[in-house]
Design a protein around this ligand. Sequence first.
Ligand code: F6P
Length: 458
Amino acid sequence: MAFYKISNPTDHRICVVMVGLPARGKTFISQKLVGYLSWLSIKAKCFTFADFRRKCGHLSPHALEFNKNTGVINEGVESNDEDEDEEVIEEQALEQIRKWFQSENGVIAVLDDTNITSNRRRSIIEFCQKNNIQPIFVESWSEDEDFVQCNVKDMGRKSIEYKHMDPLEAKQKVMENINKFKKNYEPLDFEKDSDLTFVKLNSGSKEILINKIQTYLQSKIVFYILNLDLKPRCIWLSRHGESLYNLEQKIGGDSLLSKRGEKYSSKLPAIVKESAGLKEKDIVVWTSTLKRTQQTAQYLTNKKLQWRALDELDAGICDGMTYEEIEEKYPDDFQARDENKYEFRYRGGESYRDVALRLEPVIMELERQENILIITHQAVLRCIYAYYMNIPQEQSPWVSIPLHTLIKIEPRAYKTKVTTIKANIPAVSTYKVKGTSHVGEAEDVYTKPYGIIKDTSS
Ligand code: F6P
């Protein structure tokens, strides 16, 4: 399916320009948007001006001065002519974006900066016009104090500017910075900016106002942002318990659980409870329509939902076979799949790309929901995991997602946290090693589950 593979003629260059005060979720939106687009094979990149200024050696984290002409913050610039310096830096940073579009055939650049003055935005528009780029402004604002304070805390702890400081001092500095920006903030305006394509998102209440969205890609961006809930939440991922087919090393099918798989299903409620510390009513369980995932969820008394989109990758004519049998009967297909596992489509079945595309509604719904436990299958979990962890497509089919393991994911603006909780119930490995039909967990660094690993044996 080449539907999302945009070859990028020049009319498909979009620059998403973030607008808003610090601590309004701009970085989170930017990172999530780029992750989502990349996951859909749309070439996207996030450009952070603060990073660029820092690289130019123009930043000292503490001395923050607002430059009224350019609408950006000068942070400890030591030159005598700060305005000129800022303009040069701005131009160089925009030049990076231009180069990326040109040399890398980029489709969507996201400019993660405050861009709070009209002047600043107009200079970005000029740049876009010159380079045949469509600008779309995304303003994130909020008067919800809890939401802002939560972001202030996150910035203080994780952003490069503040993370070396004592938490209280960092919080104070972030607040000082916000107050400086507030004085010069010119929100996007339906009258003054009526010619611009923009979105105003109230991140606290999720109210969204839209002006002049014209193209398919612009509306795709808006639809995603509209569904993003910026509140902190967790997602738990688990494969079904070990199945009878797993014991026989067969792929696909709709078999029941093995004895050890049953044991995992009976232990799962306790593991989830310990990891989540939430009441059952606060977590919804999603399964596929296949028996082994429903059997795994049988002792969970949470609300449950079945999704056909969560069914395992369809192995077509190879369904029910072992890898050894496939290698013997279809050696060319077997080799071709190892060479490009993401794109390889089983005859009469699916590829990883097909699975990712059918998962799009699941991902969209996940972004809207609060706490979800997904019980599904190896290939499907690889795709979901790759989305949250920004794993490149070619690596995603090789990620190790062992049986009898619960993975907790906490998406955050600066880094997604992963905790892997082992149920301590033995199970076979279903990991097919590249280049052979052998099965066993791999050594490669990209194939290991990431993050903190916990064991429930203690
Ligand atoms: O072996 C278990 C299984 O879920 C199969 O049903 C499925 O075909 C396979 O894993 C997907 O993994 P891979 O893409 O590595 O073959």
